[in-house]
Design a protein around this ligand. Structure first.
Ligand code: G3I
Length: 400
C-alpha cells in the first residue's frame, strides 16, 4: 500500500474517532431526566444533598408547619432535608395545649420541640393569643357568665408564662397575637370583635400579650401574625395597629404575613407596598404560612344548578400560573432579604393541605393523620406533590 494512501486512511480514522468522541461526550452530559418546565432550564439540577434551606442559606431560614403526622415516615425525612425551621400547625394553640385551667397538654408540643432540637431546626411558636381554637374556659367565670377584663388578662398572663416559659431558649420567635385585625372593608373598624376584644372592651389584650411574652422569654422575637396583610384596606389597619404598639413602646420585633395566597393575589405591587410600609416602622417581616392554592374563588352555585363539571385538578395551565406566582414571590423576598427573617410553608406537601376541601362539608382544617375526612377537592398549594416529589414550582423558587 503506498505511503500517502496509508496516511489518508489514518487521518480519516482519527477524524472519525474525534467525531465519535464529541458525540459521546455530548450524550453523556445531557441530564438523564429532562424536565417539562422551563423554570429549570440552564440552572440548578436536582442536587441530591441540597434542599430549600441550602439554596437560601444566604437569605433566610425556610420553614414548614408540622403536625404529629409529619414527624414520622417520609414527611420527616423531607422536613430534615429541605427545611431549617418548623412551626406547630395546631399543637401549641390555646385550646389544644390548655383545654382547661388546670390542664396543659404538653405531649404533642414537646414532641415537635424535641424533633426540631434533635435535628438542629429552629422553632417558631404558634400562637399565644387567638380568637380561633381558643381555650373557651378562659372567657367564663364559675357562674358561666363572661369574666371581667382583669380576670381574663390574668388568665392570659398565666397561659403565656406557662407556655412561653416552658420553651424558653428553644423557641426563638412567637406569633404572640394572631389575626386581631378586622377583615371587613369598613375602614372605621380596625379590630376584630373577638371574645378578647369584647371582654377587654378594646384592644388592650394585644399590648398585654406582648408584654407578658417578653417577660416570660426576653430573648424570644415577638411577632404580630395575620393574613391578607397585602390587601390595601387590611394592610392599613395592620399598619395602624403596629404603629400604635411601637408608639406605646410595646416589645414587638416584627409582623408575620401569613401569605395564604392565590394564583393572582397578591400582585407584585401589593406585596412590595405591604413590605415597604411595615419595614418603614423598623420592624422585621416573616412570611409565616405560605401556600398558593390553584383554586380560584368559586361563585356560590345557584340553587338547583347542575353540579360543576368533574374537577380538572392540577392542570398544566394552573401549574404554569402557580410557578409564576411562586417565582414572583421569591424574587421579591430575595430583594427584601435585609428585612425578612424567615419564610415558612403551611404544611409539607400536596398530600395534605388545610386548604383541601373534605367530605362532610369540612372545607379545610383538620391536621393530617387525625382520621382526616375524605378529600373531595385538593388545593395543590405547595412545592412538593402528593408523593413528596419536588414539583416544577420548586425549581422556580430555587433557580435564581
Ligand atoms: O383535634 C380534632 C380531632 O379530635 C377531630 O377528630 C377532628 C375532626 O373533627 O378535628 C380536630 O381538630 C381540627 C384541628 O385543625 C386539628 O386537626 C379542627 O377541626 C380544625 O378546624 C383545625 O383546623 C386548623 C385551623 O387552623 C383551625 O382554624 C388547621 O389544621 C390549621 O392548618 C389552621 O391553621 C391556621 C393558622 O393556625 C392561623 N392562620 C390560618 C391557618 C389556616 O386556617
Amino acid at each position: 500500500m503506498n505511503f500517502s494512501a496509508v496516511t489518508k486512511q489514518t487521518n480519516r480514522g482519527f477524524l472519525l474517532l474525534a467525531i465519535v468522541f464529541i458525540v459521546l461526550s455530548f450524550v453523556q452530559c445531557t441530564p438523564k431526566h429532562q424536565v417539562a418546565s422551563s423554570s429549570q432550564a440552564g440552572t440548578k439540577a436536582d442536587h441530591p444533598d441540597k434542599g430549600l434551606k441550602d439554596y437560601y442559606k444566604n437569605y433566610f431560614p425556610i420553614g414548614v408547619a408540622v403536625s404529629m403526622a409529619s414527624l414520622h415516615g417520609p414527611d420527616s425525612a423531607l422536613i430534615v432535608k429541605e427545611f431549617n425551621s418548623v412551626t406547630p400547625e395546631n399543637d401549641m394553640k390555646m385550646g389544644p395545649i390548655h383545654p382547661s385551667e388546670d390542664i396543659y397538654n404538653w405531649k404533642n408540643a414537646d414532641k415537635i420541640v424535641d424533633f426540631a432540637v434533635s435535628h438542629h431546626i429552629k422553632i417558631r411558636g404558634h400562637n399565644l393569643c387567638w380568637h380561633n381554637q381558643e381555650a373557651a374556659w378562659m372567657f367564663k367565670g364559675a357562674d358561666g357568665k363572661p369574666v371581667t377584663k382583669e380576670l381574663l388578662l390574668r388568665r392570659l398572663k398565666d397561659h403565656i408564662f406557662a407556655v412561653a416559659g416552658r420553651y424558653k431558649g428553644k423557641i426563638y420567635a412567637w406569633d404572640v397575637v394572631n389575626e386581631a385585625v378586622d377583615d371587613s372593608d369598613d375602614t372605621t373598624q380596625v379590630y376584630r370583635k373577638s371574645n378578647w376584644y369584647n371582654i377587654c372592651n378594646g384592644p388592650d389584650f394585644i399590648e398585654a400579650a406582648f408584654r407578658y411574652a417578653h417577660e416570660a422569654d426576653p430573648q424570644a422575637k415577638l411577632y404580630y401574625n395575620d393574613y391578607n396583610s397585602e390587601h390595601p384596606v387590611k394592610r392599613e389597619k395592620i399598619y395602624k395597629l403596629l404603629k400604635k404598639l411601637i408608639e406605646d413602646h410595646v416589645p414587638i420585633d416584627g409582623v408575620g404575613m401569613q401569605a395564604h395566597w392565590k394564583l393572582y393575589e397578591p400582585s407584585p405591587d401589593e406585596l412590595r407596598k405591604a413590605l415597604d410600609e411595615v419595614t418603614s416602622l423598623g420592624l422585621k417581616v416573616q412570611f409565616t404560612e405560605l401556600d398558593i392554592t390553584i383554586r380560584l374563588p368559586q361563585p356560590k352555585p345557584a340553587p338547583g344548578s347542575t353540579p360543576p363539571t368533574p374537577d380538572p385538578g392540577y392542570t398544566p395551565e394552573l401549574e404554569a400560573k402557580q410557578i409564576a406566582q411562586y417565582k414572583m414571590a421569591f424574587d421579591i423576598f430575595r430583594q427584601y432579604k435585609k428585612f425578612i427573617t424567615s419564610v415558612t410553608f403551611w404544611n409539607v406537601s400536596d398530600k395534605y393541605s388545610w386548604l383541601d376541601q373534605r367530605g362532610g362539608g369540612l372545607t379545610g382544617g383538620v391536621a393530617a393523620g387525625e382520621n382526616t375526612p375524605r378529600t373531595v377537592r385538593k388545593a395543590y398549594p405547595l412545592l412538593f406533590n402528593e408523593n413528596l416529589q419536588r414539583k416544577n414550582a420548586y425549581w422556580s423558587v430555587v433557580n435564581f
